[in-house]
Write a protein that binds this ligand. Structure first.
Ligand code: 8OZ
Length: 367
């Protein structure tokens, strides 16, 4: 019998009711001190029909923040705020993992502790914009992390994973995508270091693999996954010179660690799926080799038909939808019934209040 998009699946320790994932979505609605609000609990609770929710990207430390009003997971108040979110999702039978984020050089001094420079693998400023209290601004020039600072970065990730479990999350997704800190180390197009974290493929992958190892030691591989985006150009990230080999190397290591899942963005994040040749099936095979239970989640521009076909063919174990989940809180039911899908309002994507956030109706509750 062929597998259906609507069949349950086991992801590490987590039993997911279906194979539809709510992708991580930055909405910039955290409260003072980057604490998740009750409104955020309502928003995630409304979307608990997903087999798995991946939370919006959440900074592991004050230094890891790069945009206005994104939530954190490094203070007690933030943990308490997130606990309201996980309780709202679990009350409706849903599952939710927290996405752990360090933006690296995609930040602005106005968002950094004491107005300091953002940190990265490099001291070269990205040609990218971020959203600050003043609106869209160029990102600030970064400072290259010193070798002796690397254990602190790993420790910050590890503590954040512990906090996520304390807040009631079913696990974590490490944000290894979109040219934030971990990809600023991984890609030879960005990393210009000459120490143990730069140069060879092994050296550039070192930080990402140390972070994964530390989190696995803290909360277990069965609660740990990662998101990757081998070809995305966002945030001034030219592809690595040997992207296929680099990501196959990384994914093989992740499989050997028995990671619960890998979540891959195919092509340009939120954009074209076809941006130069990359063999995602080969990546999947490397991950599954020695880790047959590892779950392969695909994302980027999937339609209902593409998703159903990908699950039926075995190309993917789960499919993540981003924008569609913003405007369709009951997306799973709509896909199951092949019902009409609502379009989102781009004006209310980032920041603001309940409007364009918790007021998109479900079909059952539409007037
Ligand atoms: C959109 C706006 C700000 C951040 C990502 C966390 O691209 C993000 C993000 C997306 O992964």
């Amino acid at each position: 019998m062929t597998t259906s998009l609507f069949d349950p699946v086991r992801l590490g320790k987590v039993e997911c009711a279906n194979r539809i994932v709510m992708a991580p979505l930055t909405r910039d609605r955290a409260g003072p001190h980057q604490v998740p609000t009750p409104l955020m609990a309502t928003y995630y609770g409304q979307r608990a029909g997903a087999g798995l929710i991946v939370s919006e990207a959440t900074q592991i430390s004050a230094e890891g923040q790069g945009y206005l009003d994104t939530p954190g997971i490094y203070s007690e108040a933030q943990v308490a705020g997130w606990r309201r979110v996980t309780e709202a999702v679990h009350a409706k039978g849903g599952k939710i993992v927290l996405q752990l984020w360090h933006v690296g050089r995609i930040s602005h001094v106005s968002l950094q502790p004491n107005g300091q420079s953002p940190v990265s693998s490099t001291a070269t400023r990205a040609k990218a914009k971020t959203f600050t209290a003043a609106g869209f601004e160029d990102v600030s020039a970064p400072r290259a992390l010193r070798l002796e600072e690397m254990p602190r970065i790993v420790a910050d990730y590890r503590a954040a994973a512990r906090h996520a479990i304390d807040a009631g999350f079913d696990g974590v997704e490490i944000h290894g995508a979109n040219n934030y800190l971990l990809e600023q180390f991984l890609r030879d197009s960005i990393n210009d270091r000459t120490d143990a974290y730069g140069g060879s493929q092994e050296n550039r992958a070192r930080l990402m693999l140390e972070v994964v190892q530390a989190i696995v030691a803290e909360i277990g591989a069965a609660r740990t996954g990662i998101r990757l985006s081998p070809m995305t150009p966002v945030n001034d990230g030219a592809p690595d010179g040997h992207a296929q080999g680099l990501y196959e190397y990384v994914v093989e290591k992740l499989g050997a660690m028995q990671l619960a899942f890998i979540h891959v963005i195919e092509g340009a994040t939120g954009g074209a799926r076809d941006v130069g040749s990359f063999d995602y099936a080969a990546l999947r095979a490397r991950f599954k080799d020695g880790n047959a239970q590892g779950v392969w989640i695909v994302n980027n521009g999937y339609t209902r038909t593409m998703a159903i076909d990908s699950i039926a063919s075995g190309a993917a174990d789960m499919v993540a939808f981003g924008k569609l989940f913003i405007s369709n809180p009951d997306l799973v039911e709509r896909l199951r019934d092949d019902a009409a899908l609502a379009a989102l309002d781009p004006a209310t994507l980032y920041g603001g209040s309940a409007h364009g956030y918790t007021d998109y109706p479900s079909l059952g509750t539409a007037a």
